[in-house]
Design a protein around this ligand. Structure first.
Ligand code: C2E
Ligand code: CA
Length: 421
């Protein structure tokens, strides 16, 4: 891993490139809070071990074109190349925070690492490497003082407005201009290796900006009330396209992600029965993926609606399961068919005892209540094999297939002959 000196040199070069080529980059500083306590309680060797694990975790978060360095005793820096806007950089920060929710396991000890992250963009917040670093350190300190996990440099209000204004305006037209696409990612039964369904994932191919990440535009679409017509379009399109593959390759489930407050929407049942009566087929089991946090808004009402949806032969899946909120007490009342274990637990299931324990627990509970367990984010054979050993039912991830457009999915289904794990 780069040290502070090498990092400063690299940062200068990157900032210079950014100024020359008018590209953008983000600087993130990740600071471990109260690190001295880890040293005091668990000893220096444990502290060193934790630093190595954090370094490894950050290394796994970045893409090939990015860099990570250790720039202080308990401080790391990340340079993310080609970052379009603050939202993009915040996604990376949220991913780091999410991965750090699971404790590190050292022998018998479970150690939680708490971090604060500062974010500054070049050239938006500074176009000189030293100013950029200073600016980022200053927002980091500001965030710590306010007890916030992430601090972001401020931009002139109208710059932020204009960036969002563009997206908001463009979102207004995206549906009419046919800029949305659905990519489908296969779900594989771990015991047989066969395909049991697909997850529909929304893509926006903007006319001049190209593909915009869903994690960036979906929250804006939700805020602006666009998500309802978009989700309606997804139901109809996915069912229509799905009829083509299921006719040839037999029954499959199609999972559609629904936004947090959608379940409580008064006309949800109407929208669904409309789409099903137009495009539904006996070969397709429509599954709704609901994030765990949407159930905490009005649990009783949500569960009543989920029961009604199941009466319409719609299957219910809880997405990102394990990331919090649920308590065992309401588990037995959950009217759901499937639990999807969050990627952050799946990714390190082979090495991390706590992830293994969690997966084992979810599988046992799910099976006791007749639910199936899907592991998402399976990136290699070793993870697939381990999940099979833990009796997880279904897996989804780059190891089997990346999300792909409808036409490509047909070719994939035609040629898929099982996977090795
Ligand atoms: P999600 O529902 O948790 O979807 C899984 C995400 O993991 C997808 O990202 C998928 O492409 C990615 N993924 C799949 N396999 C792997 C793997 O092996 N490794 C890694 N690192 N990632 C993998 P995507 O398509 O970028 O979607 C991101 C999020 O955006 C989704 O997370 C979901 O919350 C939201 N989203 C996507 N499509 C829709 C939609 O149609 N409606 C709504 N409301 N939200 C959507
Ligand atoms: Ca999902």
């Amino acid at each position: 891993m780069l040290d502070r000196k090498a990092f400063l040199k690299l940062l200068s070069g990157q900032v210079e490139d950014s100024n020359t080529y008018k590209s953008k980059l983000a600087l993130l500083i990740v600071d471990i809070n109260r690190f001295f306590r880890i040293n005091n309680i668990f000893g220096y060797p444990a502290g060193d071990e934790i630093l190595k694990k954090v370094a490894l975790l950050l290394d796994n978060v970045i893409r090939d074109q990015d860099f990570v360095a250790r720039i202080g005793d308990n401080r790391f820096a990340l340079i993310l190349d080609g970052v379009m806007n603050v939202g993009h950089a915040e996604l990376a920060a949220h991913k780091i925070l999410r991965l750090l929710q699971a404790p590190f396991v050292l022998g018998e000890q479970k150690i939680h690492v708490d971090v604060t992250i500062g974010i500054s963009l070049c050239p938006l917040h500074a176009s000189n490497p030293m100013f950029l670093l200073k600016e980022c350190e200053s927002v980091l300190h500001g965030a710590k003082e306010k007890n916030q996990k992430i601090g972001v440099s401020q931009t002139l209000e109208d710059e932020i407005l204009s960036e969002h204004w563009d997206i908001e305006l463009a979102l207004d037209d995206a549906l009419n201009n046919d800029e949305f696409l659905i990519y489908y990612q296969p779900k594989i039964a771990l015991d047989s290796g066969g395909v049991v369904g697909v997850e529909a994932l929304l893509r926006w191919n903007h006319s001049s900006r190209g593909f915009i990440p869903p994690n960036f535009f979906i929250p804006i679409a939700e805020r602006m009330g666009h998500i309802k017509p978009i989700t309606n379009w997804i139901f109809n399109t996915a069912l229509r396209q799905g009829a083509e593959w299921t006719e040839k390759w037999g029954p499959l489930s199609i999972s559609v992600n629904i936004p947090p407050d959608f379940i409580l929407m008064p006309d949800l049942k109407g929208i669904l029965s409309n789409a099903l009566s137009l495009w539904g087929s006996d070969n397709i089991l429509l599954t709704l993926e609901i994030v765990e946090r949407s159930l905490v808004i009005e649990p009783e009402k949500s569960m009543a609606i989920m029961n009604e949806l199941r009466d319409m032969d719609i299957s219910i899946s809880i997405d990102d399961f394990g990331t919090g909120y649920s308590s065992l007490s309401y588990f037995e009342k959950l009217p759901v068919d499937e639990l999807k274990i969050d990627q952050s637990f799946v990714a390190n299931v082979v090495e991390s005892k706590s992830s293994q324990d969690l997966v084992r627990l979810i599988v046992e509970l799910a099976h006791a209540f007749d639910m199936e367990v899907v592991a998402e984010g399976v990136e290699d054979a070793a993870v697939a094999q381990y999940l099979k050993k833990l009796k997880c039912d279904i897996a989804q991830g780059y190891y089997f297939a990346r999300p792909m457009p409808h036409e490509q999915l047909k070719d994939w289904l035609e040629s898929y002959a099982g996977a090795k794990y």
